[in-house]
Design a protein around this ligand. Structure first.
Ligand SMILES: Nc1ncnc2c1ncn2[C@@H]1O[C@H](COP(=O)(O)OP(=O)(O)OP(=O)(O)O)[C@@H](O)[C@H]1O
Length: 258
């Protein structure tokens, strides 16, 4: 793979918490336009890795190149501005706010008008607000959430709430979308729907996706590329079929109940 094919190059990164190596000399590439799944037993370092990739944690060693630009001291705001979107394991939506207003919170980092302009509802702030609502409307349609537009998020089913969270990450137009267990806690039907939306985002919007998922049938059906972690180290990297046949991966999973 040439370097222009890859959107993300992780080279030899390590991260420790008081002597615990959460990530240990990890290297892998994510190809532009692919869906890459991160799998591995509990505590393998998957969430820590997503936290490194969107600037929540700072890695101790190694290097990361995103969109041909190195990043060392990136923070979540800069990561978002550079095109890295993220959802979390436990969603952090505003339960009393409507679906559309929750989705709009995903744009607050992109405001061009200042606080005073917004408070006084000056023309630039007004135009910006209209622009943002149009974008949110587009996301609602894409994720088939129009019927729930004005409903407080807390009144929606769990599966729909997770879809709103996806919309909130999507409205900022990320080129790389990091999803931390997007199907956790869902029933089979909700999982299938979420998998369909992730595939649609990837195909129709061209968004590269890196996701953490425990359900192997979802991973195998949805991803182009699978990276397997165990104790912070990479133990497998390839297509779903390659990874499934890898003896090290089988060993890492033996006896592990997910
Ligand atoms: N903020 C933190 N402080 C201290 N230790 C941490 C912190 N975050 C993660 N760890 C440790 O780093 C290791 C990797 O944890 P991490 O949550 O990244 O694993 P994971 O693969 O995402 O697990 P899970 O599937 O359970 O979410 C674990 O030993 C964990 O206890």
């Amino acid at each position: 793979m040439s370097s222009t094919d890859s959107i993300l190059q992780v080279s030899g990164i390590s991260l420790s918490f008081k002597g615990v190596k959460a990530i240990n000399e990890l290297s892998f590439d994510v190809r532009r336009g692919e869906i890459c799944a991160l799998i591995g037993p509990n505590g393998a370092g998957k969430s820590s890795l997503l936290n490194v990739l969107n600037g929540v944690y700072r890695f101790d060693a190694g290097s990361i190149v995103f969109e041909q630009q190195p990043f060392k001291r990136i923070d979540p705001l800069t990561a978002a501005r550079r095109g890295i979107g993220r959802t979390f394991q436990n969603n952090a939506l505003f339960k009393k706010m409507s679906v559309i207003d929750n989705i709009l919170t995903g744009l607050s980092r992109h405001l061009r008008s200042g606080f005073i302009e917004q408070a006084l509802n000056l023309p630039r702030a007004r135009r910006e607000a209209e622009d943002f609502r149009r974008q949110a409307q587009g996301i609602l349609e894409f994720l088939e959430l129009q019927a729930h537009r004005d409903v407080p998020v807390g009144k929606l089913s769990y599966g729909l709430q997770k879809r709103v969270e996806l919309g909130r990450a999507l409205i900022a137009g990320p080129s790389l979308l990091l999803l931390d267990e997007p199907m956790a806690g869902m029933n089979a039907e909700e999982k299938q729907e979420m998998a369909r939306f992730i595939a649609d985002i990837n195909r129709d919007l061209g968004t590269t996706v890196v996701l953490i998922e425990h359900d192997m049938s979802v991973v195998m059906g949805l991803s182009d590329h699978v990276v397997v972690l165990d104790y912070g180290r990479k133990v497998g990297d390839g297509t779903p079929a390659e990874v499934q046949a890898n003896p090290d991966v089988i060993a890492a999973y033996l006896g592990v109940v997910h």
